[in-house]
Design a protein around this ligand. Structure first.
Ligand SMILES: Cc1cc2nc3c(=O)[nH]c(=O)nc-3n(C[C@H](O)[C@H](O)[C@H](O)COP(=O)(O)O)c2cc1C
Length: 218
């Protein structure tokens, strides 16, 4: 196996022309969530690995941005729903400042979607309904892992998992510190890669009663 590190020159030369297709105004749905669904359906049909993976960015109390990947689990007229630990770093940050950003990068389709918006917690019944669909081991993991806290070692996590199993058995309830957030979008931008870096960028911005659509320079 070649273990040579890529040089900075190698990185500088990495370059790909995007040429699959364009995105024109007349192709867009009037509602960005309908447009998102159309793109998500194509990503699913294309067999992309985890097409529902999205980068979630939040800011802490000092204004420092943080990012991590989470999975989109519902997308409807409210917006984009993901599930997590409310006591995690992201949970603390969203409690302090509910504004956030989401990014999808569907490389095989040469597409990116950027969203900014504000989160709200979903209802407890919605969390419980989703939790009931998860495999038992994932449910126990939600009890065992104090997400984002420092662990002394791997053994401590495995011991916490055994404790959770002994306590809750094979059908644990949703932990009170675990649940969903819905990101209510204020802006959604659809990006389609084009040749010579002349990409298509079409941005929807929420107005009082509708969405404004604008083209942005790439
Ligand atoms: C593909 C992928 C999907 C993930 N999905 C989730 C998710 O849906 N919810 C979640 O809490 N963490 C998910 N994670 C883990 C997060 O990226 C992150 O490590 C964790 O939520 C802790 O983040 P925090 O310390 O910033 O709060 C996922 C990671 C990857 C790579």
């Amino acid at each position: 196996m070649d273990t040579a590190m890529p040089t900075n020159e190698d990185l500088a030369k990495l370059r790909r022309e995007y040429s699959m297709r364009g995105l024109l105004e007349h192709e867009l749905a009037a509602d960005p969530l309908a447009q998102f669904h159309a793109w998500l359906d194509e990503a699913l049909a294309h067999g992309l690995i985890e097409p529902n993976a999205m980068t979630l960015s939040t800011t802490d109390a000092t204004g420092q941005p943080w990012s991590r990947t989470v999975l989109l689990k519902t997308c409807d007229s409210r917006g984009f729903v993901f599930f997590t630990n409310y006591d995690s770093h992201k949970g603390e940050q969203l409690a302090h400042d509910p504004r956030c950003a989401l990014t999808f990068w569907w490389n095989a389709l040469e597409r990116q979607v950027n969203i900014i918006g504000t989160v709200e917690k979903v209802s407890r019944p919605e969390t419980e309904a989703y939790f009931a669909l998860r495999p038992a081991s994932s449910c126990l993991g939600a009890w065992a892992s104090r997400q984002s806290s420092v662990l002394p070692d791997r053994a401590a996590l495995e011991a916490a998992m055994e404790k959770a199993r002994a306590l809750h058995g094979e059908s644990p309830p949703a932990p009170p510190h675990w649940g969903g957030y819905v990101v209510r979008p204020a802006v959604i931008e659809f990006w389609q890669g084009r040749q010579s870096r002349l990409h298509d960028r079409l941005r929807y911005t929420r107005t009082a009663d509708d969405w404004r659509i604008e083209r942005l320079a790439p």
